[in-house]
Design a protein. Structure first.
Length: 280
């Protein structure tokens, strides 16, 4: 065979590919074509269509507790009573998604329950809480520093966590006297019986705690509401995860339960023995 013919055969062989290799090249071309269709000439994303190999169905349902804090209404500014009632209502709708309209209505808090604190011009930070209380509490500092009976506080402070409770306690000790204690109550760091025993043994004027633990103590009869005058909601504080008492459903739900206890709710706006809600 001539040298020219041999050269021609070798060139033709190089252009032939095995079936598997041809398949790979074809698949690569198809994938590349799909990618170009999906992104466009300039690489801009668009909605996937029937040619895209994806499952459009969501992998799982999201529950209320999976929502990010920014998806829940937040308390950015001091609000008047009507706006506070509306703010609570929106959060109740968020954190009680399976409740019927009638059940939601039973949980909504009346405007008359809230004290108008819009006149308070200082920042709502922990260092200013004592001043805030003196400003809006009947009797001022003297009234906040007294307590007549054991297990019968005049003030409840509802907080999001044990760490926050510790910060609040340090500031509220200015109201601690020999006859009136400032107590902390939280489930993760203190046993229920320890909290109950403290209430039985002391006149606690100001009780600072999580809604869950304070609710437990009330339901067990260890914390009495006869002398209760005000409930302070620590609403402006954000923890390291940017959560507030309104954006954390596991805290907000027991708080709503506490605020709607019969022994408390029926006294909102009452002429005598009234209970007020103050949002700090």
């Amino acid at each position: 065979m001539s040298r020219t013919k041999k050269k021609a055969r070798r060139g033709a062989a190089k252009n032939l590919l095995a079936p598997k290799e041809r398949g790979k090249n074809e698949m690569t071309s198809i994938q590349l074509e799909k990618k170009q269709v999906a992104t466009g000439d300039r690489g801009k994303k668009r909605k996937l269509n029937e040619f895209d190999d994806v499952d459009p169905r969501p992998s799982s349902k999201r529950t209320a507790f999976d929502m990010k804090p920014e998806q829940t209404p937040t308390l950015d500014d001091a609000l008047d009573p009507a706006l506070l009632a509306d703010h609570f209502a929106k959060c109740i709708q968020k954190w009680f998604p399976t409740s019927s309209p009638i059940e939601l209505e039973d949980r909504y808090l009346p405007t008359k329950a809230f004290v108008d604190t819009t006149s308070y011009g200082r920042d709502r930070v922990v260092a200013n809480l004592p001043d805030f209380l003196e400003r809006f509490a009947t009797g001022g500092k003297e009234g906040l520093s007294t307590c007549n009976e054991v297990a019968t506080p005049h003030t409840l402070v509802l907080a999001i966590s044990g760490m926050r409770i510790a910060d609040l306690i340090r500031q509220l000790r200015v109201f601690k006297t020999r006859d009136s204690k400032v107590g902390k109550f939280m489930p993760k760091h203190m046993k229920f019986e320890m909290n109950a025993q403290f209430l039985r043994s002391n006149k606690v004027g100001i009780a600072v705690g999580t809604p869950e633990r304070l609710n437990q103590l009330m339901e067990a009869g260890e914390l009495k509401t006869e002398g209760l005058q005000r409930i302070v909601v620590d609403g402006s504080y954000q923890d390291e995860k940017k959560s507030t008492i309104f954006t954390n459903g596991q805290i907000f739900q027991p708080m709503v339960a506490l605020l709607n206890l019969d022994s408390i709710r029926q006294r909102y706006g009452a002429e005598q023995n009234k209970i007020d809600i103050l949002v700090f």
